[in-house]
Design a binder for this molecule. Sequence first.
Ligand code: SF4
Ligand code: SF4
Ligand code: SF4
Length: 278
Amino acid sequence: MKTLKKYSSPIFMFALFETIAVGLWLWSGNLFYLFNFTYIGGFIALGVTLYIRRFRYARLVVQLGVGLYMLVYLGLIHGENMQIEGFWYYLFSGVFEAATIHYLIAKIAGPLIFGRGWCGYACWTAMVLDLLPFKQPQTPRRPRLGRLRYLVFGISLVFVAALFLAQVRQMEAIMFRSFVVGNLLYYIAGVGLAFHFRDNRAFCKYLCPITVFLKPMSYYSLSRVKVDAEKCIGCGKCQKVCPMDVDMLDNARSRKNGTECILCMQCVDHCPKGALKT
Ligand code: SF4
Ligand code: SF4
Ligand code: SF4
């Protein structure tokens, strides 16, 4: 009974993803959904289990397992544009599959439950950025630069809308090329910004267009880091290790950079008093 309680989170995660897997499989008749969501749910459950067992690289295991699957298998081998352009493309095509389902689950509805867990455990851009040397930001955040994300968001929308308006042929081929080029640009920009600001997550903070969905949805997230004010001694260790400059010592939803939390658990792990929990 004790073991069951200890591992209730990974069991819940796997059950949730399996429900989605079976539901989409039965709804669409497409066996791929059963495989896809079982795989992702399995990796997330494995990562949470490893975290409970105090394995240092638990988050990296999930990031690589899910991120590489999406980038290499779904994107490069299967030829699906899982970037934001792919979302617009399938949306404008009136097709509810691939990127539209991915965005709905991982980036629009999912954050209501898991916050920005996508950013901490699955994103294939951050999978590379998190390997860079600046795990804790070494320069202060520049809030105004965050406006650039809306520009990138707008460019992606206009790009796909223009292709539709011009009735361009071979859209699938263009989408595939834009996936490859887009990812390369993201990696170049991400690595460049990380070294410029000495902050691995500078791309996430300033440029990533997905945050236009993720931030407002994660505001209402069920999963949040909260502080027990009675246990906290105000040592500030939690804030020092946070890669996203979140004020986790404030329990209000409107706390500073609250919608930036990627649930990496660094603050929880470094608190000497066990004052933080999700
Ligand atoms: S902010 Fe964007 S690039 Fe960063 S982890 Fe989230 S989705 Fe990936
Ligand atoms: S360190 Fe804590 S507050 Fe900061 S992103 Fe990670 S989980 Fe969120
Ligand atoms: S690390 Fe723990 S004790 Fe220190 S300020 Fe943060 S919550 Fe409080």
